[in-house]
Design a protein. Structure first.
Length: 284
């Protein structure tokens, strides 16, 4: 059976590759919302409370960003090629690789097309196909469908929830994340933001990193409100309640110029297939 840690790590990698999270990464697709749906083998739509002890057999990762373009499908087929834009980690790459730790043959649908991954002996293949118009209209979200290699336990929401909240705090486009168990919404986290405002930097502040790779050019401050709605299920009575939590925070985004040696740039290009960016950002 897949361990809870390996499953949670794979999901975290996939969320990171789509939302940005702790590395100040842009979401290529411009998605405003993400849904993570955990499915069991025998869901009961008449139950008012989710069965948190049931083993999971499938995970769907969905976002409402723009549909895949031809070049996106081509990159997905190559998996490791990723996004050639050195300032971004795209919608697939290392995060997509991690899915194979819990899933043998992922299936992806976006717009009017889909792609299935399948194994023939020890060789992985990908097949792209069209989706009938009536089916494409039923679900307009881009979806990664993962039939789990082995049943796994539901991730601990006391760990997974805070991770999602931290991720959402640093995204530029994403505004809403929901987690479902079958048809039950266990968690929803939404974000509201004010327009960023520039911060006046003191003249005595060091603007360059010790090795002079990074030079701080400006800092923007932004106020954020995050609202979390969570379903709570009593262990003894199975009674369902809902808790709502609101927090207010501020993020500081530092805009940096990047200057590295030719050797450093060559080493990075050889390792990551991307040159270092000339500009980047850091957030706290």
């Amino acid at each position: 059976m897949a361990s809870k840690k390996s499953a949670l790590d794979a999901l975290r990698s996939q969320v990171l590759s789509h939302t940005g999270a702790e590395e100040r990464v842009e979401d290529d697709a411009g998605a405003k919302g993400i849904e993570i749906v955990f499915e069991t083998a025998s869901p009961n739509s008449s139950e008012t409370a989710p069965n948190l002890s049931a083993k999971l057999t499938r995970v769907l990762f969905k976002n409402n960003g723009m549909d895949f373009r031809p070049e996106d499908w081509n990159r997905l087929k190559k998996i490791a090629e990723g996004n050639p834009d050195e300032s971004k980690i795209g919608a697939f790459g290392v995060g997509f690789y991690s899915l194979f730790s819990i899933c043998e043959e992922p299936f992806v649908s976006s717009g009017k097309e889909c792609m299935a991954f399948y194994w023939r002996n020890d060789q992985l293949y990908a097949k792209r196909a069209a989706i009938p118009d009536e089916d494409a209209k039923k679900d307009t979200w881009t979806t990664f469908l993962l039939d789990l290699r082995q049943p796994m336990e539901m991730p601990n929401m006391d760990e997974f929830g805070p991770f999602l909240a931290r991720s959402l705090g640093f995204t530029s486009n994403l505004r809403d994340i929901s987690v479902y168990l079958d048809h039950h919404r266990l968690l929803n986290i939404s974000k509201k933001m004010r327009e960023p405002r520039p911060m006046t930097l003191p003249k005595t502040m060091y603007m360059t990193s010790p090795q002079k790779i990074f030079t701080l050019k400006s800092v923007d401050l932004q106020s954020i409100q995050m609202d979390a709605t969570r379903m709570e299920v009593s262990r003894w009575t199975r009674e369902v309640t809902t808790s709502v939590t609101t927090i207010f925070l501020r993020t500081a985004s530092g805009n940096l110029d990047v200057k590295v040696s030719k050797q450093f740039a060559a080493d990075m290009e050889r390792t990551t297939k991307k040159y270092p960016p000339s500009q980047t950002a850091i957030q706290i």
